[in-house]
Write a protein that binds this ligand. Structure first.
Ligand SMILES: Nc1ncnc2c1ncn2[C@@H]1O[C@H](COP(=O)(O)OP(=O)(O)OP(=O)(O)O)[C@@H](O)[C@H]1O
Ligand SMILES: [Mg+2]
Length: 242
C-alpha cells in the first residue's frame, strides 16, 4: 500500500492525493509512513509539513501550525490577524517546494484561505490528506465529470461553483442528470453572451430549500465587489424573517 501511494504521489501530474476510509482502517498510519519516507529521502522538497485537522476546522490553527513548522512563528506572528497570516504564509510558501500532510479532514479545507499555494506542476508541491468521508464512487463518474468540466469552458468561477455543487453527487444517475440539465439550460440561455448563467442556475436550483435560495438572492442587494459582513448579513436576514 505504501509503495502504491508513494508511486502515485510522486508522479509529476499529481498535486493533491486523498486517502479515504472508515475510522481505524489505517489512514493516519499510512500517511505517517509516507511522511517518514519524505524525511528519509527529502526528494528535493524544502518543507515536509504535517497538520492534524480533525473535526472542528480552525483555519487560524492550521495557519499557526504551518507557520511554526516553517519557522514563521514568534511574537510578531501571534499579533497578526488571520488575513495577514494568509498573505505572509502565501508569500513565504510560493517560493518553496513543500509537501503538506492534512490528517483527518471532515469538511472542505480552503487552501487559499489558509495561504497555501495550490499544488501545480509548475511549483511541484504536493498536498496529501486523509478523511473518513466516503470518496469511492462509480468508475464512470470521472468521465462524466470531464463532460461537466468542459461545459465550464475554462472559467474558474464556473469550475468552482459547479465543483462545489457536484461534490455531494455520488451516483452516475445524478451526474447524467446534471449534464442533461446543464445542456438544456445552455439552450435556454443560448441567445445570451454569458456562458456562466446555465452553471449558476444549476447551482442555484440545487440549493437545499427556499430559505437558502432567498438568503443567496439577498446578497444580490449589496453592491458588486462590496465586502459583505457576515454579522450584518445575518442581522438583515433575521430582520427579513428568513
Ligand atoms: N497495516 C497495518 N497493520 C496493522 N495495524 C495497523 C496497520 N495500519 C494501522 N494499524 C493500526 O490500526 C489502528 C488504527 O490506525 P489509524 O489510526 O492509522 O487509523 P485511521 O484510519 O487513521 O483512523 P481514524 O479515521 O480514526 O483517524 C492503529 O492502532 C494502528 O497502529
Ligand atoms: Mg486517523
Amino acid at each position: 500500500m505504501l509503495d502504491k501511494a508513494w508511486k502515485h504521489l510522486m508522479k509529476d501530474g499529481v498535486g493533491i492525493m486523498g486517502m479515504y476510509g472508515m475510522g481505524g482502517v489505517g489512514k493516519t498510519t499510512l500517511l505517517m509512513q509516507i511522511n517518514n519516507k519524505f524525511s528519509e529521502e527529502r526528494c528535493g522538497f524544502d518543507f515536509v509539513i504535517w497538520v492534524v485537522v480533525s473535526k472542528e476546522l480552525h483555519v487560524e490553527k492550521i495557519q499557526d501550525e504551518i507557520a511554526q513548522k516553517v519557522g514563521l512563528d514568534g511574537e510578531k506572528w501571534e499579533k497578526k490577524k488571520k488575513s495577514q497570516k494568509t498573505i505572509d504564509l502565501y508569500n513565504f510558501l510560493k517560493k518553496k517546494r513543500f509537501v503538506l500532510f492534512l490528517d483527518d479532514i471532515w469538511e472542505k479545507v480552503d487552501l487559499t484561505e489558509i495561504g497555501v499555494p495550490f499544488p501545480a506542476p509548475e511549483n511541484r508541491c504536493k498536498v496529501v490528506f486523509t478523511t473518513r468521508k466516503q470518496g469511492d464512487s462509480d468508475p464512470e463518474i470521472p468521465k462524466l465529470a470531464k463532460d461537466v468540466a468542459r461545459k465550464c469552458g475554462g472559467l474558474p468561477l464556473a469550475l468552482n461553483v459547479i465543483g462545489e455543487t457536484m461534490s455531494c453527487k455520488k451516483t452516475v444517475e445524478e451526474w447524467r442528470h446534471a449534464i442533461n440539465v446543464l445542456t438544456s439550460y445552455a439552450t435556454e440561455f443560448s441567445g445570451m453572451e454569458d456562458k456562466i448563467l446555465p452553471l449558476l442556475k444549476y447551482s442555484y436550483d440545487n440549493l437545499k430549500g427556499e430559505d437558502v435560495k432567498s438568503c443567496l438572492l439577498y446578497c444580490a442587494l449589496f453592491p458588486e465587489d462590496d465586502l459583505i459582513s457576515k454579522k450584518y448579513l445575518i442581522d438583515y436576514l433575521i430582520g427579513e424573517v428568513l
